[in-house]
Ligand binder design. Structure first.
Ligand code: EAX
Length: 320
């Protein structure tokens, strides 16, 4: 009697212990945004495919801090996952910086093909050496400029504007060639900085401009599409190291499902977002003189070639 009770208790305890691991995942924007949609798809699939052994607790809207802080926490293992842009990632994994070069990607098709192809997959592997597990490339989107001073049609219109950038040296070096005065700042501080006029403007993809309600604090939007902003679901090695090989595959597959959902939301926001932002009062320059920006950035490409290798840049450009 005594032994069977003990056995039953032990069984229950074992079942309880393996029943459910709750993983904390954070991201910059709202639950309704592209990051929220992608993260929810990832979490739903993970819970389903592991029969509920793994579950997420989501922390949208930078509740766990800026992207740099979240990447740091994932590296340390105090946070399990983050769905983050590459903004600050190059400071942790220098190899990633090459995909942050302005005007590197022609369009969404090109960017997604590179990230899902050998070049992007190789970058995911490189993260392991830096204490981060890159599960899959999600997406933030092509970045556009907003500001409160004037419509930007060509690069010379951007000259002299004080613009918040991500903590990303490749972006900042590129933007200086447009004459912008880059001011790096963590995302959670951005809305307030725009409101107070600490900076004249910022640059972000349509899904971020929409979900963060920048129309309330910014008058002009120019569809500059000056750089592609990749994003990635990062997992802490602390979690990864304990996973069985089959479970690792389930995590990667769930992240890929999340990526597909996130990209679809980016597509939807791109399709309907401009009209929405106009309705919210933004003045939108849709026909930007892209050539003037491409020309301006050329001198920076010489330095990018030196830092990253002309062959690596050419290999990305050559993907069809
Ligand atoms: O990843 O910091 C930024 O501007 C990012 O685009 C945003 O947080 C979403």
């Amino acid at each position: 009697m005594w032994t069977s009770t003990l056995a039953a208790t032990a069984l229950l305890a074992a079942a309880g212990a393996s029943a459910q691991t709750v993983l904390k995942i954070g991201y910059a924007t709202s639950k309704e945004s592209h990051y929220g949609v992608g993260t929810t798809a990832f979490c739903d699939e993970l819970e389903k495919s592991t029969q509920g052994r793994y579950k997420c607790q989501q922390f949208p809207a930078s509740a766990l801090g800026g992207e740099r802080e979240q990447i740091e926490a994932v590296q340390l293992g105090t946070q399990d996952l983050t769905n983050t842009s590459t903004g600050p990632l190059g400071n942790f994994v220098p190899e990633v910086k090459v995909v942050d070069i302005p005007f590197l990607f022609r369009d969404y098709d090109h960017a997604r093909k590179v990230m899902d192809g050998p070049i992007g997959q190789d970058l995911l592997k490189k993260m392991q050496g830096k204490g981060l597990i890159g599960l899959a490339w999600t997406e933030n989107g092509f970045r556009h400029m907003t500001n409160n001073k004037r419509p930007i049609v060509q690069a010379s219109d951007a000259a002299g504007l004080k613009v918040r950038t991500m903590e990303n040296k490749v972006h900042m070096d590129g933007y200086r060639t447009f004459g912008l005065l880059p001011t790096p700042m963590a995302f959670p501080e951005l809305f307030g900085a725009l409101q107070q006029g600490t900076v004249d403007g910022q640059e972000n993809p349509i899904p971020v401009i929409l979900s963060s309600k920048f129309s309330q604090v910014q008058k002009h939007l120019s569809l500059t599409g000056h750089v592609y902003s990749p994003a990635v679901i990062l997992l802490s090695p602390k979690v990864w190291d304990k996973l069985s090989e089959p479970d690792r595959k389930l995590f990667v597959a769930a992240a890929q499902k999340g990526a597909a959902a996130q990209r679809k939301k980016v597509n939807d926001d791109e399709a309907s977002g401009i009209a929405q932002l106009k309705k919210e009062g933004m003045q939108v320059v849709e026909r930007v003189d892209g050539e003037s920006f491409r020309k301006a950035v050329q001198p920076a490409y010489a330095n990018f070639a030196k830092e990253f290798g002309a062959d690596r840049i050419a290999a990305i450009q050559a993907v069809k």
